[in-house]
Design a protein. Structure first.
Length: 358
């Protein structure tokens, strides 16, 4: 029979060498993990401005600029405090053998441990309080507003009404346009649960509370297209509740608003007939037609919007057809009933009809 020999256990120098090898391997692993963490942190910080449509640090509005300035001031202030504390720690490590007299030690603790942090924090607090009127410019901003937009949050979409002096209100949904260089006052409310209105590159956020109207003033400083998310958890499709915010040159905005105020001019088609026959007009409005429902979003010019389903899908015929067939899958918790029982040809006909509503 073969003889089984036990492996000799390393002793002495061999054991010590193995321990050193294991320790060095662990050190390398820890070093590589630290390096990876630093890379992730660096990429995270440097990619923030690239978020574009939803970055509060890439401002396109007066209030957002103040918020970004305050953020970077806090970052710089916090970094200075951190460097100061680390410097004190390194100084203590280097001078640990030196004995200080009681008076010197007390003075160091008083000035470095009490006075410096308190003064720095008060300066940061004072700067934040000084900026606050610019972040929430109440009465003066409301008086200077040239346009008022009423936004109502609903599960899980947005109803927007443009109020123009001397003209009829203009109703739209899930897309908000505003002129560059002109202050806009938003009146915000909710019909069901608490939502939160926020366009990060343009300004701060404001809660939308049932039974209460809150106000927010925004001044866009440059054209752009931005994403406005709901910033308060509101149900199953909270993450799928967003709107497109588009800041435009004043003349382009007025042309768009005039066109938006007009009725739809759909061509007679099978899609228009099927839209009525399947009861879609009981929930949706299409001005210029018999559809006058107010349960769901206004679809008068839905074909010209960037997204459908409150920022859920791109505005294409394929996406519209999918939303008609299975809104409960695309957007869980949606009150719209699914129409998957209809033939695909009928669903596509209705999708083509809605896409043509420019």
């Amino acid at each position: 029979m073969p003889i089984l020999r036990a492996r000799a256990r390393p002793t002495g120098a061999a054991e010590k060498g193995g321990a050193l090898t294991l320790a060095s391997r662990r050190a390398r692993n820890n070093g590589s993990q630290s390096g990876r963490r630093l890379c992730v942190a660096f990429l995270t910080v440097t990619s923030v401005p690239a978020l574009g449509q939803a970055s509060a640090l890439d401002p396109a509005g007066a209030e957002a600029s103040s918020i970004a300035t305050l953020f970077w001031a806090m970052v710089v202030g916090g970094a200075l405090l951190w460097l100061f504390v680390v410097s004190l720690m390194l100084y203590g490590i280097r001078r640990r053998r030196r004995v200080h007299d009681e008076w010197t030690a007390g003075r160091l603790i008083f000035w470095a441990g009490a006075v410096f942090p308190v003064v720095t924090l008060f300066l940061l607090l004072g700067y934040a309080l000084w900026l606050m009127p610019q972040l929430r410019p109440w009465a003066p901003a409301q008086a200077a507003a040239t346009l008022r937009i009423e936004v109502e949050g609903r599960q899980f979409w947005w109803r927007a009404v443009y109020h123009r002096p001397g003209d009829q209100p203009v109703v739209t949904a899930n897309e908000i346009r505003l002129p560059v260089g002109e202050r806009v006052e938003f009146t915000l409310t909710s019909s069901d649960v608490i939502h939160s209105f926020w366009i990060p590159p343009l300004g701060g956020k404001m809660d939308m509370i049932p039974g209460r109207t809150n106000r927010l003033s925004i001044l866009a400083t440059k054209p752009g297209t931005f994403r406005g998310p709901c910033a308060e958890f509101c149900g199953a499709s909270h993450a799928l509740m967003a709107f497109s915010a588009i800041s435009m040159e004043p003349e382009a905005f007025r042309s768009w608003l005039a066109a938006e105020a007009g009725p739809a001019r759909p061509q007679p088609s099978d899609g228009a007939r099927l839209f009525v026959e399947n009861g879609c007009g009981a929930c949706h409005t299409i001005r210029g037609t018999a559809a006058s429902g107010e349960v769901g979003p206004d679809l008068t010019h839905v074909g010209s919007r960037l997204m459908i389903g409150a920022g859920t899908l791109p505005n294409t015929e394929e996406a519209i057809a999918r939303f008609i067939a299975e809104p409960d899958v695309v957007k869980p918790g949606s009150t719209m009933p699914p129409f998957r029982m209809l033939p695909e040809t009928e669903i596509r006909a209705m999708a083509a009809y809605l896409k043509a509503l420019q």
